[in-house]
Write a protein that binds this ligand. Structure first.
Ligand code: MG
Length: 376
């Protein structure tokens, strides 16, 4: 029996239900009546509970709204996810509205990725996380049909995956100490900055460990001279790069800092999608690609190829997400200098089993698609 027939015979088919559309987490999935030989989409609101309050330079929160997506084709199911940190402007309501507008049953060949995702992209502008959820589910589905994980389909070598960093958020000294202890299995620490006590935070971490650091200012720095002084200070303390030092609109200041900084300056909030890579090339040394910004794996891969062809440094990052979207992003990890895929480790209710951190690295394995499966 070939693999596809086997999967078709064993996977649970979608059940046709006429449930009312409800947008609170924990409710039944929203589905249309499934059609055979067609792409059948269903989705369900979810809420991610964070292990620690997540404090950034500009906000703080304890939960992240999330939507889980399934894309079924001939009995095979691909899983996807949209995660919506509130500052990005999407919500459970906006994602569910977007998904309700899609007619994916018009497609009978799931391999027409360009055609399917161009259609999804054209339904409404923006809605990047909503689009990513469909893209991730489609890639998972296709990988399962082909029986291969995406890093293999893309021709990447899993042993080239760099160490993944663990995020230490802005917090009180005793909480920072506790987080550094929690981060013991990780070989790189990512420190969130952007407040007055930035140096104090680094000194606390350095009193506990000499592991390499990277710094994410999340647009929190405002003074270019102070930023340059901080870059030199951080370099002496084993920092590898600085991510998004200034507000994304402070382009002249960023270019000024990049010319003088002893550390690479990496764009995060500055860029979202493929055309933004060329804009970032003018002002930054590298880019942080996240699936929830890029509209998913298809465009993220194109961004990674473009950035590398321009000689830019590449980082693969994430939002707070389940192991579903993290496993999808991890497929690109062998292309990157730095990997920051700890979003699943920051939540208390991960509903997927996916890639694991082994000896400080996200470890890619042979499961087809993105490799993450729902925890029943
Ligand atoms: Mg960042």
């Amino acid at each position: 029996m070939d693999r596809r027939k086997f999967l078709k015979g064993t996977a649970l088919g979608l059940i046709a239900v006429s449930a009312p559309v409800s947008l609170s987490a924990g409710n039944e999935p929203v589905r249309k009546v499934a059609k055979s030989g067609r792409l059948n989409l269903s989705y369900k609101p979810n809420e991610l509970r964070l292990r620690h309050a997540f404090n950034l330079a500009r906000n703080s929160r304890t939960t992240t709204p999330d939507v889980l997506v399934e894309l079924e084709y001939d009995g095979i199911i691909g899983y996807g996810e949209a995660s919506m940190p509130p500052y990005l402007g999407e919500s459970i309501e906006s994602v569910c509205k977007f998904l309700s507008m899609l007619d994916l049953q018009q497609f009978s060949d799931p391999f027409r990725i360009e055609e399917i995702l161009s259609y999804v992209d054209g339904v409404m502008p923006d809605n990047r996380a909503a689009k990513a959820s469909v893209d991730i589910a489609l890639h998972d589905l296709l990988g399962k049909i082909m029986g291969q994980p995406w890093y293999k389909i893309w021709g990447l070598s899993p042993e080239k995956t760099p160490n993944t960093s663990f995020t230490i958020g802005i917090d009180k000294p005793d909480v920072v100490r506790q987080k550094v202890e929690e981060a013991a299995p990780y070989k790189v620490l990512k420190v969130k900055m952007g407040l007055d006590n930035d140096k104090e935070l680094v000194e606390i971490i350095r009193s506990m460990t000499d592991r390499p650091l990277c710094v994410d200012a999340n647009q929190g720095w405002t003074d270019k001279e102070k930023a340059l002084e901080m870059c030199y200070w951080l370099k002496e303390r084993g920092c590898m790069f600085v991510e998004q030092p200034f507000d994304k609109k402070m382009i002249d200041e960023t270019a000024w800092l990049r010319e003088r900084s002893p550390l690479p300056i990496i764009a995060d909030e500055f860029l979202q999608r493929l055309p933004d890579v060329m804009r970032a090339y003018q002002v930054y040394d590298g880019i942080n690609i996240k699936l929830m910004k890029s509209t998913g794996m298809h465009e993220a891969y194109k961004m990674a190829v473009l950035a590398k062809s321009l000689g830019m440094k590449l980082m693969i990052g994430c939002m707070t997400e389940t192991s579903c979207a993290i496993s999808a992003a991890a497929q690109l990890a062998p292309m990157a200098q730095w990997v920051d895929l700890d979003g699943n480790l920051l939540i208390a209710n991960d509903s997927f089993d996916g890639v694991k951190v082994i000896d400080g690295k996200i470890t890619l394995f042979d499961k087809p698609g993105h490799g993450a499966t729902p925890i029943k």
